[in-house]
Ligand binder design. Structure first.
Ligand code: NAD
Ligand code: NA
Length: 399
């Protein structure tokens, strides 16, 4: 079928399999260009492996240090004239490229929050790898069904305490406007968001993996967090999602204790704000990202998910002397270039000026738009989008 982008709000309803393959190839080329990650991981489980930071983590492990990878995600294959999701096509492309390079790569498509998928993953590790030495936890989801109680939680993206008014952009139309987001009305919204995006499920995974004996000695596990600038604090770090990130970060000492006898370590890495399916859903943030991109590209410090994850692995998690640099709160920071004083000062200055009229001039809204469509396999020069594409792409390891 001919596949073109079709959007509704901040989501893209279509995805291009060949474009997704191109995106994966580009990431692989980048990792290879940076050379081998010495002391890198060898057997890796990535939970949330099909898009965004998780996909880039998987690519970095596989093509940076020849790691065998198992990826867990929740995606849809094509069916009855409907195309598959971007993450499905990404994962198909990743497996094909990994296999062509002689690397082990298998995937599990299902609800990572469930006990069943955890069991299935453990069985696969036992059968094929024995143990894993790195567990990447990169889920981003609007809902979670609790595996022990069956309660279904939905997260919300809201401020806490008072309404938050600031500028936001519709990146399809380029209209900048003020948005007011009302605060949570009760503590339940906060608790629900923590239940979905906090640390409990990460803990459940590590507990189950450990109990099954599939974690190697010296195992590492890493989950991803975000802080960002003051201007997004009310909606991000001090909002409901920030409470979930606090909970995720507070899980680190709990897991360190659990992994002590394996000499294992758990980390939270604070990553840069980037265009992903998840971040495009947060009000205000896409406009901030458009300005951030403009400033960081001008300074030559701009990174995408693959540059971030390659740097996380090579310069933080797997350094040559084995030391992992942490901030005062015990977190890895690869948002350091985003948070640099000069970058933030310039973004803050532009933030005060930004309007519909000057959007294309003083922000990188074009870059934002392009990266957004790239997430779904669109706007790659190498792909002819007028040509028939085969949407029925299989992931080799999934029947
Ligand atoms: P993403 O939407 O690109 O990826 C989410 C992944 O989770 C996908 O692989 C998806 O299939 C998987 N997933 C979702 N629900 C699932 C389920 N029930 N079962 C199995 N898999 C499921 O998101 P992302 O932006 O890469 O976010 C990953 C992490 O990085 C999150 O913790 C996010 O908060 C964090 N982070 C994101 C940013 C950013 O700007 N995007 C910045 C810093 C940190
Ligand atoms: Na991810």
């Amino acid at each position: 079928m001919i596949i073109q982008p079709r959007t509704r709000g901040f989501i893209c309803l279509t995805a291009h399999p060949d474009g997704a393959h191109q995106a994966v190839k580009n990431q692989i080329e980048y990792v290879k260009s940076k050379g081998e990650i010495k002391n890198g991981p060898k057997k890796v489980l990535v939970i949330g492996a099909s898009t965004g930071f998780g996909l880039s983590s998987r690519i970095t492990a596989a093509f940076g240090s020849d790691a065998a990878t198992i990826g867990v995600f929740f995606e849809k294959p094509a069916s009855e004239g409907k195309m598959g999701t971007a993450g499905w096509y990404n994962s198909a492309a990743f497996e094909k490229e990994a296999h062509a390079s002689g690397l082990y790569a298998k995937s599990i498509n299902g609800d990572a929050f469930s006990d069943e998928v955890k069991k299935e993953t453990i069985e696969l590790i036992k059968k094929d790898l024995g143990q894993v030495d790195l567990v990447v936890y990169s889920l981003a989801s609007p809902r979670r069904t609790h595996p022990k109680t069956g309660v279904a939680y939905a997260s919300v993206l809201k401020p806490i305490g008072q309404p938050f008014t600031n500028k936001t952009v519709d990146f399809h139309t380029g209209v900048v406007s003020d948005i007011t987001i009302n605060p949570v009305e009760n503590d339940e919204d906060i608790a629900n968001t923590i239940a979905v995006m906090g640390g409990e499920d990460w803990k459940f995974w590590i507990e189950d993996l450990k109990a099954a004996g599939v974690l190697a000695k010296d195992v590492k596990t890493v989950a991803y967090s975000y802080i960002g600038p003051e201007l997004t604090f009310p909606i991000y770090r001090n909002g409901t999602i920030g409470q979930a990130k606090n909970d995720l970060e507070a899980t680190v000492p709990v897991l360190n204790n659990l992994l002590k006898d394996l000499n294992g370590t758990s980390y939270v890495s604070v990553n840069k704000a980037l265009v992903t399916q998840s971040s495009s859903a947060i009000p205000v943030v896409p406009l901030y990202i458009s300005l951030l991109y403009k400033v960081m590209k001008a300074k030559g410090t701009h990174e995408g998910t693959i540059e971030q994850m390659q740097r996380l692995f090579a310069d933080r998690l797997y350094t040559e002397n084995g030391e992992v640099e942490l901030d005062e709160a015990g977190r890895i920071r690869v948002d350091d270039w985003e948070m640099a004083d000069d970058v933030q000062a310039e973004v803050a200055k532009l933030w005060n000026q930004i309007s519909t009229e000057n959007l294309s001039e003083i922000s990188d809204i074009e870059g934002y738009r392009k990266e957004f469509f790239n997430l779904f396999g669109f706007e790659f020069d190498e792909i002819d989008y007028e040509k028939d594409a085969n949407e029925n792409v299989q992931i080799p390891s999934i029947e």
